[in-house]
Ligand binder design. Sequence first.
Ligand code: GDP
Ligand code: IMO
Ligand code: MG
Length: 436
Amino acid sequence: MSNVVVVGAQWGDEGKGRIVDWLAESANIVVRYNGGHNAGHTLVVDGRTYKLALLPSGVVRGKLGLIGNGVALDPEALLAEIDRMAALGIHVTPEVLQIAETATLVLPVHRAIDAAQERLRAQPLGTTLRGIGPAYEDKIGRRGLRVCDLADPARLAQQLAALLDHHNAWLRGSGLEPFALEPMLGDLLAMAPRVLPFVGRVWERLDAAHTAGERVVFEGSQAVMLDVDWGSYPYVTSSSTVAAGAASGAGIAPSRLGRVLGVSKVYATRVGEGPFTSEAHGATGDTLRQRGGEYGVNTGRPRRCGWLDIVQLRQSSKVAGIDLLALTKLDVLDGFESISLCVGYTLDGARIDYLPASEAEQQRLEPVYEHFPGWRGNTRGVRSWDALPREAQALIEAIQREAGVTVAMITTGPERDDAIVLRAPFADAERAAIAR
Ligand code: GDP
Ligand code: IMO
Ligand code: MG
C-alpha cells in the first residue's frame, strides 16, 4: 500500500490541486472525499490553466477520478464542469470518473438557503454561496437526497417533497419565497441520464485498487483551519477536511490511507471571514495579493493575505496527522527585503504557543514575529535546492524546524514542473530510492 492523502494545512488555496497533479503522474487513481464546488483547484500545464471544482485533479492527466460519499455533489455544477473540461480537450467519460452512489446532492434550494442564512446572520461567515453548508445540514438531518436517488423517480419525488416541506416552513417564516417541487424535480430528472452512467461503488473500486497494488491520491479540499471540528469555528466549512475525512468520505480503512502530505504556502491567505492573527494589512498584504494572484478561483474574491503562522501550521499538522509538508509559492516572496514568520501569540499579554478554541480568544491574539532577511534575484521556476538563494534555504529550514514537519517539496511557480522535490511522498518510491 502506498497512497498519499493531500490536506490543506492552512485556510485553503494552498496549491493542493497542483500538488495532486504532480503526484498523479505516478499514481493510478485520484479521489475527492470532502467538500463540493466550493473548492477551486488550479493546474497550469504548458501555459494552459485548468480550474477544477468538483472533478478530481487527476482527470487532466487522464487518471481515474473517484468522487467519494463525503462529497456534496451539485449535479448541475458537475455537468457544467464536465462541459468546460471538454472544451479544453479533457473528455470526462465514465471510464475516467466514478461517483459514489451515496454522495449527498446539493440542490438549488441549498444555494438559496446559503444566501439567505448569510444575509440573516449578524456576523456573516463569507461562505462561497454554493449551498454546501445547507446540503450537509440536510445530510446530517437525514432528509438529504443522494446520488443513487436519481435512479428512482418516484422515490426522488417523495423525498424532494419532504425536503421542501421542511425548508419552505423556514423560508416562509423568514419572509422568503418558498420553493415549488417543479421545476426542481423536472431539472433533476432531466440531468439524471447524464449523471447516472458515472455512478458506482467507489468503496469497491478502492478495495480493488488495494488488492492490485495501485497507488491512490486522496485530494482534500478546503483545509484544516476550515475543518468543521478543527478549524476556527464557526468560520469554517461543513465537512471533515483532515486525513481522517478521507477514510470516512471515500470508504477505505484508515490504515490503508498511507502518508499525509500537508500543503502550505510560505505565507498565509484566507478568503471569507474569521480570525487571522498574522494578517498583513496595508502594503505588505497588497504586495502578497498582487504577486501571488490571490483572488478566489471560482468566486473571484480577493483573498486576505499575511505572514505564515507557524503556531497554526504546527497545530494543524498534529490534528490532521500530517507526515510531510509541501511548501508552495516560494517565488511570491522574491523581492521582499524582510520576511516574517509568526512563531507565537500573546493572549491578554501572556505568551501562548497554541491556537485557543474560543473564537473570542482567537480574535484577541497578537502575533509574535521572527524576521528573516529576504533575497536578491528570484526563485521563480527554480527546480533544485542548490539553486535557491541561501536566505530562501534558511527560511525553509526555519519553517521545517519550527513547524516540526519534514518539508518534502517546494514549489516555485504555478507551472506543473516548477518544483523542488526533497522527499518522495509515496512510501514505496522512497523504499526503492533507498534500496538503490
Ligand atoms: P488549491 O485550492 O489548494 O488547489 O489552490 P488554488 O488553485 O485555489 O490556489 C493556488 C493558486 O496559486 C493557483 O492560482 C495556482 O496556479 C497558484 N500557484 C500554485 N503554486 C504556485 C507557486 O509555486 N507559485 C506561484 N506563483 N503560484 C502558484
Ligand atoms: P479549496 O479546496 C478557501 C471558505 C469560504 C468560507 C468558509 C465556508 O479551493 O482550498 P462554504 O462555502 O464552504 O460554506 O464556506 O470556507 N472556503 C474556502 N476557502 N479555499 C476553499 O477551497 C474553500 N472552500 C470554502 O470562503 O470562509
Ligand atoms: Mg482553491
